[in-house]
Structure formats: structure tokens, C-alpha cells
Design a protein around this ligand. Sequence first.
Ligand SMILES: Cc1ncc(CN)c(N)n1
Length: 216
Amino acid sequence: MTKFTDHLWEQALPIYEKIKQHPFNQELKEGTLPLEKFKYYIYQDSLYLADFARALAMTGTKAGNSHELLDFLEFAQNAILVERALHLGYFKEYEIEFDSGKGLGCFAYTNYLLATSAFESYEVSVAALLPCFWIYKKVGDYIYADQTTPNPYQNWINAYAGEDFARSVQKALDICDQLAASASEQTRNKMTEAYIKATEMEYLFWEGAYRLAISC
Ligand SMILES: Cc1ncc(CN)c(N)n1
């Protein structure tokens, strides 16, 4: 039987293809991404992860059982302890010292996730958060499989193509499928909309980093 997440994947596939082909990810794969762009991305991502963790924890409070509450609290903890540890290594190694605050791509995405987790149902919040897991896993695997080595961005690639991250992604997918199985058609439509919107925001985040900020 086709899973709900298969349907989500199909719906947002054209955006994923654009994400894969985006010069940020192509150059990261080749190891030719200018360091300044990677540094700016890492700075923006550190701001993103702080709010992503809040959105995860807030979504967890809506879970219908304590297993899923714990899953979301663990996701939030990983965003802060594991993903930000990766960032802190880069902050030190590359002496990242931006203080410009969130660019528009990061601002729009974090505000979308925070607003959704605050005001939407558990089902819709989970669908909105799913691309943060799944798209990164797919991009990580894609780059890992075809990367130029040695690659200066190897730690980043290994983190998102790694098994620990894969386990979290699978958990998030399973929760989303379970919720969709007992949701109304109207809720499933809202879940699809949220998943597509968040995938678009993933694209914009890379675009903003590559352009060193989208501004007016
Ligand atoms: C923008 C963004 N989206 C997703 C991830 C992976 N949690 C991330 N680090 N940054």
C-alpha cells in the first residue's frame, strides 16, 4: 500500500530536484563552494536550529502519547546538541563572526515553523517539520554518493548521510504516516500543503546562503 509520505514525496519532488541542482549543493558536492558562502550558511543555520528546536519541542507537547512526546524532545535535543556541535566546530575552525542576524530566508522559515507548531494541529506541525529531516537526509545521501574527495565539507556531509540522522528521519516519517492514516481528508490536505511550503522554504534557505542573503 502506498504510504502518505510517498504521496508527500511525489508532491514536492520538483522542488527537491531544484534543491539538488542548486549551485550551493552542487558546489558543496564538488568541494568548490566558496568558504564565505559556507560560513554564512553555517551562521544562518545556527540561528535556524535554535528555533527549529523550539518548534520541535512545542510540537511534542501536542503528541497524543508520551512515546512521541519523547521522540520530539529527543529531536529538539539533537538539533541543539548534535547539529549545533557540528556548527560550533566550524565556528571555531573558520572563525565565523557574522552578527547580521537572520537573513530573510532563515527568518521566513523559522517564523513559519514556530507559527505552525504554535497554532496548527499536531498532524500539520509534524508535516511542516518533516522536510527539515527528510530533505536533509536525501541531500546528504545524494552528495555523499557522488562527492569529490577530499572534500572540505566532509563533516557536514557525513552528519546528514550518517546512520544516527537516518534513524531520526525514519522515526519522523513513521509518525507522519501513522497520523495521516487516521486523519480526515481535510487534515491530510493541510499536511500536504505544510510539507510543500516547508520544502519551498528549504530551497529558499540555500538560495539565501548562496547569495549571502536575500534582501530588498
Ligand atoms: C535549514 C535547515 N533545514 C534542516 C536542517 C536539518 N535539521 C538544517 N540543519 N537546516
